[in-house]
Design a protein around this ligand. Structure first.
Ligand code: GLA
Length: 676
């Protein structure tokens, strides 16, 4: 069953009124109305207040808060309140507290301090969830269930005995017999042949490197253990109040959880995004995360559920967002498919470990720069209702597979510990962004037929079936770019016969004879066709070409003169192999964008993304520059923010934004070809 998320733009944030006396609540509601708040997230950490003793509940305060909000027309994203177990629970059952790989049991006193596999925690959490669902499930203000909070943020794995037994059961289910586990992991190596599943440990601290198959299955298990816990709460919510959509807030591109699997269980994907104002590439990484959120939900609108109004308090140095940046970055999320912009949190707290985190309403009150910016954005968002429900259509896909990420990053004893998923992804994503191309993320086994171009920045772990799907994509006319260190191992981390790129060797027409990692700071020059130049950092490879054309060569170092990039025509399409990590993938990808007929609009600091609805398209223009910019627009429209007619060009102030509504034919266009 799938419950639809209503098609309006949400604006608001986490609200913790339990930390304040009632008279402040009245002021809160008045200021929320002033700021255009339409929804708040309630009760995330309220378990110990709602259930002060086992089975004794105090809902009176929450009843009143929900009533007040409803009366003011503000809807509620209601948490199941299970994100921090209450002290009475961990005191009565200390075994609920999680254990680290070193065997340290973590003490109560922060949040999220529970073992994901604990049946005791699960029973108590689902009991609270059921009680919450019964009490509030029929309330008209409750529009979204917020299950727990940021699963895996602090505790993504637990190494206690309960978790270990859970892992062993999970393995037994996956492998059936211990012989097939031995075979899958290759436990002949270093004499680790198991006789029974109950001999297999959680991978606690070991004397030396562990088995890669063991490490990979542990990562899969940890994601599944938390997913099981989330599903236990979801089942209760579906049982009691099935008409309310469910979510749990994701943490952008987060290592520990396979969000592809998680997202299929949610009615709406929601994200907590905290781009760093100190990072000059923050907007590019944010775009990447938003593209992922959209893709996780199959292209449906998602929701930015948390962002900082200004500074966070958990980096070593926390820079505020300069004037205009909170607005700009909120629109960036909306441009890339979010149906709203929400924040952490509404009011500045009086105590606790998030005292120094920025808030929508700062401690200095409403007469502040941050509140003024919030209020002004709230007013604008209220006028953008037409955008809700519209889609972002991309013609380029980037492959992301959590199994691959884990196999690459969790394994020890690798050729270089610098060769990591993010290190491989970044140069490719950044080049796509800087070419003005909007990309989706996809899995290697997905139907990729609708994309002009598919980029696999790294597929270290590649299943035979995924390789077959990629071959089918190319022979059907697709363009595929495969990055270095791909096709090395199968789904159990066993080497593909014949070496890399394993099951892609025929499609790509190359063999990797030897990998050639580079030391930090070292680069190797690469010459591209037509005198283009690139530069390898971190990684290069000694290739043997059989059947592919060489389109770039190394021109320095030990590999000088050897092939660096190849292209092989296959069926109606073509496949490229890039044997190194480019410092800048732009020059390398330029001819490939050309061949795949992807319209390039070089990024000059203005990001342009199109959302398309039933009757209109919405062109978002986002000026990330500290100086004004003028953007040519090839179709007439209306800027929904200013109400002005747009013809020919739009002038954007520093950090300025326009949302140009374009009616009529072409409104269903993709992100290719709409911008002059
Ligand atoms: C996360 C959490 C919030 C809060 C913010 C602070 O997103 O969900 O409770 O701690 O971080 O940035």
């Amino acid at each position: 069953m799938s419950v639809m998320w209503p098609q309006t733009l949400a604006f608001g944030g986490d609200y913790n009124p339990e930390q304040w006396p009632d008279d402040v609540w009245t002021e809160d509601i008045a200021l929320m109305r002033e700021a255009g708040v339409t929804m708040v997230t309630l009760g995330v950490f309220a378990w110990s207040l709602l259930e002060p003793e086992p089975g004794r509940y105090e809902f009176d305060w929450l009843d009143r808060v929900v009533e007040n909000l409803d009366a003011a027309g503000i809807s509620v994203d209601l948490a199941t309140a299970t994100a921090t177990p209450p002290p009475w629970l961990v005191t009565a059952h200390p075994e609920v507290k999680p254990v680290t790989a070193e065997g340290v049991r973590l003490e109560f006193g922060s949040r999220q301090g529970y073992c994901p596999s604990s049946p005791i925690f699960r029973d108590h959490a689902t009991r609270l969830t059921r009680t919450m669902a019964k009490r509030y499930g029929a309330h008209p203000a409750v529009r979204l269930w917020h299950i727990s909070n940021e699963y895996g943020d602090h505790i993504a794995e637990c190494f206690c005995d309960v978790s270990q037994s859970h892992f062993q059961r999970w393995l037994a289910e996956r492998y059936g017999t211990v012989e097939s586990l031995n075979d899958a992991w290759g436990t002949l190596h270093w004499g680790q042949i198991y006789d029974a599943f109950d001999q297999v440990p959680a991978p606690r601290r070991m004397p030396g490197p562990g088995n890669p198959g063991h490490a990979l299955d542990w990562r899969r298990f940890c994601s599944d253990a938390l997913l099981e816990l989330m599903l236990a709460e979801k089942t209760v919510l579906r049982d009691v109040a099935p008409h309310i959509p469910v979510t749990t807030n994701f943490m952008s591109m987060f290592y520990a959880l396979d969000y592809w699997r998680w997202a299929t269980e949610l009615d709406v994907v929601t994200d907590d995004a905290y781009p760093d104002p100190a990072d000059p590439a923050a907007h590019i990484d944010a775009a990447r995360n938003y593209d992922l959120m959209r893709s996780l939900g199959g292209g449906k609108p998602w929701l930015l559920l948390e962002q900082a109004p200004s500074a966070v308090s958990w980096r070593p140095v926390n820079l505020p967002k300069p004037p205009g940046v909170m607005r700009l970055w909120s629109y960036q999320a909306i441009a890339r498919g979010s149906d709203g912009a929400m924040f952490f949190q509404w009011r500045a707290p009086r105590f606790g470990s998030e005292l120094h985190h920025s808030t929508m309403l700062p401690a200095a009150g409403p007469d502040t720069r941050v509140f003024r910016e919030i209020r002004s954005l709230g007013g604008e968002v209220a006028g953008l209702g037409a955008v809700a429900g519209s889609r972002v259509r991309a013609d380029v896909a980037i492959l992301l597979d959590w199994d691959n990420w884990w196999a690459l990053d969790a394994a020890e004893s690798m050729p270089s510990d610098r060769m990591r998923w993010r290190a491989a992804l970044d140069p490719f994503y950044r080049a796509v962004f800087r070419a003005g191309i909007t990309a989706d993320f996809a899995r290697p086994g997905d139907d990729l037929g609708s994309y002009r171009l598919v980029i696999a920045p790294n597929s270290y772990l590649l299943r035979q079936s995924d390789a077959a799907a990629l071959e089918g994509y190319v022979s059907g006319g697709g363009r595929l770019v495969v990055g270095p260190f791909s096709g090395v191992v199968d789904e159990h981390c066993r080497a593909h016969p014949g070496g890399a790129p394993g099951p892609l060797a025929d499609l790509l027409g190359v063999r990797v004879e030897e990998v050639w990692p580079l030391l930090d700071g070292d680069t190797t020059p690469v010459t591209l066709a037509e005198n283009g130049a690139a530069s390898a950092a971190t990684w290069s490879e000694w290739l043997r070409v059989g059947g592919a054309d060489v389109v770039a060569r190394y021109t320095g170092g030990t590999l000088a003169g050897m092939p660096a990039v190849t292209r092989r025509a296959h069926g109606a399409g073509a496949a490229w192999y890039v044997s190194f990590l480019p410092q800048d993938a732009g020059p390398l990808l330029a001819p490939i964008f050309d061949e795949s007929r992807s319209t390039v609009r070089p990024f000059d600091g203005v990001e342009a993304v199109l959302r398309t609805g039933e009757d209109a398209a919405y062109l978002f223009l986002l000026n990330h520059n500290r100086v004004p910019a003028t953007v040519d627009v090839d179709r007439q429209g209306t800027d929904l923010i200013t109400g002005r007619t747009v013809e020919g060009a739009v002038d954007l102030p520093p950090f300025g934004v326009a949302v140009v509504q374009q009616n009529g034919p072409g409104a269903h266009a993709t992100n290719q070809g709409e911008i002059a």
